[in-house]
Design a binder for this molecule. Structure first.
Ligand code: AMP
Ligand code: GLY
Length: 417
């Protein structure tokens, strides 16, 4: 019997828990945050701070901790768990800087030769570098990025010099310390794709590619969100293409981190833009994407525990994990007002059991009256699977039509190319 603590309570963690619960290994799963969609048999032991999460893992004598979100990793949760002698799926703080510092990522890319946009890094406390940043703004066509974690909102794509200067100012006001340093990158053009690799500190193993839909509205319009839908695999990068990118990008990066004394154990998520000059790295994340994780877990066809434990313990199994043939498509239903405001309390029709569809809960809650209601933000990730993307989309959207709640916002073009 394995005792696993899963940190986090959103749609991504719901998908991991759902797949873990189907593991042929026997698992006792404890979770740190409430989610009405946890599979049966899961125990909620609330723990919201890193200190509480470490104390929980120790008190239950967990033999694996799986960390869903980036924030606790940036705060050193994996360091503390590892020091307590418990394997952790999720990198130590020094390796998590791949996500918590965009300037660090630029430096690593340069060190190992990963193709990425040309960039200037500026620090507000250094007038010379700041002057250089302002000069870069004058040329226009620049992407202004806060160095630190900004909940996915720290990137502004600017066509003109005016936009770029305004973004530079605004970031200081909005993100404080996280925007003490700014990365200004050349603007690239092309479709985007996410490529994930499980890493055990020494070896990176590719998973199928996925594509996210970041903007709120159809056709990529409207404000950026955490992600309004995802599908896998992405036809632009087949399994061989994903394996090649992992060999050329993820693998040298984790080797470099190991050389620097901070081996990466967990999942390394690379966002690429497929430009005319080939794939260019836009960003790293040190966790599964949300909702890409929902799309990947829907296709996962192997013992998830074995792979997560192998990565955490520094010994991934040989070969690659098995995925079912076909495709998956996750459509996010978000509450009215998202991503600016957060409408709550709308009753959600109880999702019926439909084959080929699973509804991963994120912003839902069940009150004393037993009624399932919205709890703001992204509410459900309705995920269809099928023999091909068309079929997966059809299953997902048939289900969306039945499960939508009052004011639900969703895109109608997830997986439509
Ligand atoms: P990031 O968090 O760095 O991936 O940036 C968020 C989004 O901004 C990406 O998914 C892209 O859509 C866009 N973006 C980031 N960097 C660039 C770039 N150099 N050129 C064009 N768009 C970019
Ligand atoms: N869906 C994008 C992310 O999780 O960062």
């Amino acid at each position: 019997m394995s005792r696993v603590v899963l940190v986090g309570g959103g749609g991504r963690e719901a998908a991991l828990a759902w797949r873990l619960a189907q593991s042929p290994s026997s698992i006792e799963l404890l979770v740190t945050h409430p989610n009405p969609g946890w599979p049966e048999g899961v125990t909620l032991r609330s723990a919201s701070t890193v200190a509480e999460q470490v104390a929980l893992a120790q008190s239950v004598q967990a033999d694996l901790v799986v960390v869903g979100p980036e924030q606790p990793l940036a705060e050193g949760l994996a360091d503390a768990i590892t020091e307590a002698g418990i394997p952790c799926f999720g990198p130590v703080r020094a390796a998590a800087r791949l996500e918590s510092s965009k300037a660090f990522t630029k430096e690593i890319c340069a060190a190992v030769g990963v193709p990425t946009a040309r960039a200037v890094v500026a620090d507000r406390s250094d007038p010379v570098s700041w002057e250089q940043a302002l000069r870069r703004c004058e040329q226009g066509r620049v992407v202004v990025k806060a160095d630190g974690l900004a909940q996915g909102k720290g990137v502004v794509v600017c066509q003109t010099a005016d936009e770029a200067r305004a973004a530079l100012e605004e970031m200081g006001r909005r993100f404080g310390d996280a925007a003490q340093r700014i990365v200004l990158e050349d603007l690239l053009v092309g479709p985007e794709v996410s490529v994930f690799a499980l890493c055990d500190g020494a070896r990176a193993v590719a998973l199928p590619s996925a594509q996210d839909h970041k903007q709120l509205l159809d056709g990529g319009k409207g404000p950026n969100t955490g992600g309004m839908g995802a599908y896998a695999p992405c036809p632009l990068v087949d399994d061989e293409g994903a394996a090649r990118l992992v060999r050329e990008v993820h693998q040298p990066v984790i080797e470099e981190l190991a050389r620097r004394g901070s081996p990466f154990r967990g999942v390394l998520f690379a966002g690429f833009m497929l430009t005319e000059d080939g794939p260019q790295l836009l960003e790293f994340n040190v966790r599964f994407g949300d909702p890409e994780c929902q799309a990947l877990m829907a296709l996962w066809d192997d013992d998830l525990l074995t792979w997560l434990r192998g990565a955490a313990a520094g010994r991934l199994p040989d070969g690659s994990p098995r995925f079912r043939e076909g495709a998956s498509c996750c459509v996010v239903l978000a509450s009215a007002g998202y991503p600016v405001t957060s409408d709550k309390g709308r009753p959600i029709p109880e999702p019926p059991d439909v084959p080929s569809v699973v509804a991963f809960h994120a912003g839902t809650t069940r009150g004393g009256d037993g009624v399932l209601r919205t709890n703001g933000g992204r509410v459900l990730g309705i995920t269809g699977v099928g023999g091909d993307l068309q079929e997966a989309r059809r299953h997902a959207y048939d289900a969306v039509a039945r499960w939508r709640f009052e004011g639900a916002q969703f895109r109608t073009d997830v997986g439509a190319g």
